[in-house]
Design a protein around this ligand. Structure first.
Ligand SMILES: [Zn+2]
Length: 129
C-alpha cells in the first residue's frame, strides 16, 4: 500500500485506489451533477476548466479532476452545450419552415414547376444550337 498526498486536498491516501483520496472522489462525485447542470444552462457559451472554477467558485483542482476522471470530456468541454443548442435551433427552424411551407403550399408548387420547366427548356434550347 503506497501512501500519496491527494492532488486536491493534500491528505495522504492509498494511491492504489485512484488518483485522488476517497473523500475528494466523493466530493467530485457530488460536484458533477451541479457542473453538468451549469454547463447545460450555459447554452453553448464557451467554458473551460478555468471559467467553470471561477464562475461556480469551485477549486480549479476539482474541476480538473472532473476532466481527469472522465466526468467531463476534454473534447466536449466548450462545445457539448453548443451542439445541443445547435440541434435545438435546427429543429426549431425546420418546424418554422414546415409551417410556412404548409401555409403557402397551395399555390406554390405550380409556380415552381412552371419556372423549372422554362429553365429546363432554355438550357435544352441553348445546348441544341
Ligand atoms: Zn483529497
Amino acid at each position: 500500500m503506497a501512501l500519496k498526498p491527494c492532488k486536491i486536498c493534500g491528505r495522504l491516501y492509498d494511491s492504489a485506489r485512484g488518483k485522488y483520496c476517497p473523500q475528494c472522489l466523493q466530493e467530485i462525485d457530488e460536484l458533477y451533477p451541479k457542473v453538468r447542470e451549469y454547463i447545460r444552462d450555459q447554452k453553448g457559451a464557451e467554458y473551460s476548466v478555468d471559467s467553470l472554477s471561477e464562475e461556480m467558485e469551485i477549486d480549479i483542482l476539482r474541476v480538473q479532476a472532473l476532466v481527469d476522471l472522465g466526468y467531463l470530456d476534454r473534447n466536449t468541454m466548450g462545445n457539448a452545450g453548443a451542439l445541443d443548442e445547435e440541434q435545438r435551433k435546427k429543429e426549431m427552424l425546420a418546424q418554422m419552415l414546415k409551417k410556412s411551407l404548409s401555409a403557402t403550399e397551395k399555390d406554390r408548387p405550380q409556380e415552381e414547376q412552371k419556372k423549372h420547366r422554362t429553365y429546363g427548356q432554355e438550357i435544352y434550347g441553348t445546348r441544341k444550337k
